[in-house]
Write a protein that binds this ligand. Structure first.
Ligand SMILES: *Cc1c(COP(=O)(O)O)cnc(C)c1O
Length: 384
């Protein structure tokens, strides 16, 4: 049982991956269609920054494009250039704006900078007065205090008679700080401030809502919505709105099964000491694969106050994590899995349809966004 037996283990190259991500672009499309429907009269864009939340923009952008999505948001010009290759005539917005020296990338790849300060506006105005008209977008800060022109600056700019014709914003946007807390007073305030600015930019499209904002109703939709996490199966934070289809399964192979006696210690620090004879499964993924050490079954000082730790799922059984997660390996307690149901070479699901992304995030003390974007590059990625 615990031995490596070449006769009973037949590895295909696919199986040989120590850890793998099975990614379903069609599930992203389904989730996008759901957000499109929920956006009412507004068009739904797709936020594909950070390599489509870690899941692979090269595969996910074309799937969304084929489904009819024509507006994409990325964080930086490099991501925009990559998206351009797979979405030839889509509109691609770059959220981090323009920086002197990067303007050629915007012109050459037809990317739209989201300008976020008066300096950026001045720089861009000058750049387009030399190169000719090129669309831009304007970020307005309505209360998050991250990026954007202030409400007053944005209104002054709209009414500025010296604004050259070559300066042509096509989208006005703002971002909600507390969209996932519908009762938070800031959400309503941000909406009202944004309405005020949108009114002076007549004829220019506007966009306020991320995934959470979309669930707040028609007032929040404007012309274009910007769902991100909801496309990838993550929670919007709104408890009345269930997460969409699961998009990724992260799983790692059992490299060894090991039987230990009651009272022995497990992993670094020997912090897990089972009180019964125990069978352990050692699997080939660790914190270097984005399986946070804070998910450990025991012995993580930072969160000693909370008894948690992640679960795994193997052949129909939920199994608890045993002891500390290490860089490349994680140990599960599989004592309760019947003998015939587990063998070396099987994969244990770390995140997926049975072990939900948001539950794992909660156990790690973080959010689904961070888990997804931190999955690491050691996984074999399989798109199905
Ligand atoms: C990341 C981001 C989004 C997407 O947010 P989700 O919460 O993932 O839906 C939308 N707009 C801006 C400006 C963003 O930075």
């Amino acid at each position: 049982m615990t031995e490596f037996d070449p006769d009973t283990l037949s590895f295909t190259p696919f199986d040989a991956a120590p850890a793998r991500l099975i990614i379903r672009p069609q599930a992203v499309v389904e989730n996008w269609q759901r957000m499109q429907k929920l956006s009412g009269k507004a068009r739904a864009a797709a936020v594909v920054k950070a390599d489509a939340y870690g899941l692979g923009a090269e595969e996910i952008v074309p799937a969304l494009y084929d489904a009819g999505c024509r507006d994409f948001f990325v964080a930086v010009p490099d991501e925009g250039m990559l998206a351009r290759e797979v979405a030839p005539d889509a509109r691609i917005f770059v959220l981090s704006g323009v920086w002197p020296g990067t303007e050629a990338q915007f012109f050459d790849y037809d990317l739209v900078p989201v300008l976020a300060s008066e300096d950026q506006v001045a720089f861009w105005t000058n750049a387009v007065s030399q190169s000719g008209e090129h669309p831009c977008a304007l970020m307005v800060d309505t209360g998050m205090n991250r990026l954007g022109l202030s409400v007053d600056e944005a209104i002054a700019l709209a009414n500025d008679p010296t604004r050259p014709a070559s300066f042509s914003p096509v989208l006005l946007l703002s971002h909600l700080a507390c969209g996932d807390e519908p009762e938070h007073p800031l959400t309503r305030q941000q909406l009202e401030s944004f309405q005020k600015v949108a009114a002076v930019y007549e004829g220019i499209e506007s966009s306020l809502s991320n995934s959470a904002g979309i669930t707040l109703g028609a007032d929040y939709h404007f012309d274009l919505t910007r769902p991100g996490i909801s496309l990838y199966g993550g929670s919007t934070g709104n408890p009345d709105f269930k997460p969409g289809a699961s998009v990724v399964t992260a799983e790692a192979r059992i490299v060894q099964l090991r039987d230990i006696k009651a009272g022995e210690g497990v992993s670094y620090g020997a912090t897990f000491r089972p009180t019964r004879d125990t069978r352990l499964a050692v699997v080939a993924a660790g914190y270097a694969d984005g399986f946070h050490r804070s998910l450990s079954g025991s012995g993580v000082p930072l969160r000693q106050a909370v008894q948690q730790g992640a679960m795994g799922f193997v052949n129909g059984h939920r199994v608890p994590l045993a002891g500390r997660i290490t860089m490349d390996l994680t140990i599960f307690d599989v004592t309760d899995v019947p003998d015939g149901d587990i063998r070396v070479g099987d994969y244990i699901e770390l995140i997926g349809e049975n072990i939900l992304l948001d539950d794992v995030a909660k156990a790690a003390g973080t959010i689904g966004y961070e888990l997804l974007t931190g999955l690491g590059n050691r996984y074999q990625r399989i798109y199905v």
